[in-house]
Design a binder for this molecule. Structure first.
Ligand SMILES: NC(=O)c1ccc[n+]([C@@H]2O[C@H](COP(=O)([O-])OP(=O)(O)OC[C@H]3O[C@@H](n4cnc5c(N)ncnc54)[C@H](O)[C@@H]3O)[C@@H](O)[C@H]2O)c1
Length: 359
């Protein structure tokens, strides 16, 4: 596999929370191929055709642990046992509509869960880098047409978005109080950042109320794709885009711990920002069949109409940039769903990572 990180991850002990999920499974596969010793902490996968299950990544990593991040004592125990050097915290309740139904659980997982992970990091001196995954929805969304910058005010209308805004505040506080860059090497040896990605698409996601899984379920069932918010605009990006950013950031934090311990946006270029109807239409074109049905309801639960990210900082200071345009993003996403039934899914993921890296 092409290694754009110059063997940095080879032999490193990396702990990934949420490795049974959509983004976490891809990250674990990529890290595994880079030679990292991966420990995963998560709940059971959502379905038996998730990327985690079909790729068999759980059997390839060093430790595949089922544990609840709301159990702080257990997190500390696992960290002390496995002595990770780098932590990517992805585990969360990540769905806006579900958060309206289970707000307390959403907050317990997204806020207290993240705090438990930071406390486990604090209790484990081996950890040098912590990358906390939040979301583009952590900003106070004024539905503006320019993208949010890292220093814009945090917020969140619905329980999911606000839980991630609250999580960002907790991360800031833990960085100020325990992992302050001015105290680096005197009081601690930790660099802590938070990362905010856009709407991530790619193979192996079957979550409810997300546009790509909704498209595939409808196409496979021969039914029209029902679109709730046809005009909602989102920063869509292939899952490998933010993951390439997280991996690059962690390497830079390791090398210069005081320089990169901040918040970072990883979104697409502005011209790749499309509405939901356009994304679903592009999926239909890619599959060569299917229909769309507008089921928008003026009384539906509030979901943001516009959300965009400004990625200037990651471009200028990390040298990161998105590799795929909107068309290539859809094509690579559709590729997985066209092939997953008949191919070795681990190899399929590796092939897609290599295709992404060649761009
Ligand atoms: N998918 C997106 O479009 C997107 C966009 C921006 C940010 N994010 C963020 O990225 C991260 C991963 O998202 P995803 O799309 O892969 O979600 P996912 O639902 O596919 O995966 C979530 C993971 O978290 C684990 N998890 C949930 N509750 C847990 C708990 N109490 N204890 C232990 N593990 C628990 C699940 O088992 C799973 O492994 C989340 O933090 C999410 O908020 C996702």
């Amino acid at each position: 596999m092409i290694d754009i990180f110059n063997k940095f991850y080879k032999g490193k002990r990396v702990l990934v929370t949420g490795h049974t999920g959509f983004k976490g499974s891809w990250l674990s596969i990529w890290l595994n191929e880079l030679g990292a010793e991966v420990t995963g902490i998560a709940l059971n996968p959502f379905s038996d055709r998730d990327n985690y299950v079909l790729s068999g990544i759980g059997k390839k990593i060093k430790a595949d642990i089922r544990a609840d991040i709301r159990d702080g004592a257990l997190m500390k125990q696992i960290f002390v046992e496995y002595q990770p050097e780098i932590v990517f915290h992805l585990a969360a309740q990540p769905l806006v509509r579900l958060s309206y139904e289970i707000p307390v659980e959403t907050y317990e997982t997204n806020v207290m869960g993240a705090i438990n992970i930071m406390e486990a990091i604090r209790a484990t001196k081996s950890v040098k880098v912590g990358v906390m995954i939040t979301t583009d929805k952590c900003y106070d969304n004024k539905e503006k047409l320019t993208g949010y910058k890292e220093e814009d005010p945090l917020g969140g209308y619905d329980p999911y978005s606000s839980s991630k805004g609250a999580c960002e505040l907790a991360i800031q506080s833990w960085r100020n109080s325990y992992f302050n860059p001015t105290d680096y090497s005197n009081k601690h040896n930790m660099s802590l950042s938070s990362v905010r990605a856009g709407n991530v698409i790619g193979g192996g996601d079957w979550a409810l109320d997300r546009i790509i899984p909704d498209c595939i379920r409808a196409l496979e069932a021969g039914k029209p794709i029902e679109i709730r918010s046809p005009k909602a605009v989102r920063p869509w990006e292939h899952v490998l885009e933010p993951l390439s950013g997280y991996l690059l950031l962690a390497k830079k934090m390791w090398e210069k711990p005081k320089e990169y311990c901040e918040g970072w946006n990883f979104g697409p270029e502005m011209d790749a920002v499309l509405n939901v109807w356009d994304i679903a239409t592009a999926m239909i074109e890619s599959f060569g069949y299917g229909d769309l049905k507008d089921v928008s309801n003026p009384n539906a639960l509030h979901e943001a109409a516009i959300l965009m990210l400004d990625i200037t900082k990651a471009k200028n200071r990390l040298g990161w940039r998105p590799r795929l345009d909107a068309k290539q993003t859809i094509a690579l996403t559709a590729d997985w769903y066209k092939r997953y039934k008949n191919e070795d899914v681990y190899n399929l993921c590796i092939e897609e990572i290599e295709c992404f890296l060649r761009k």
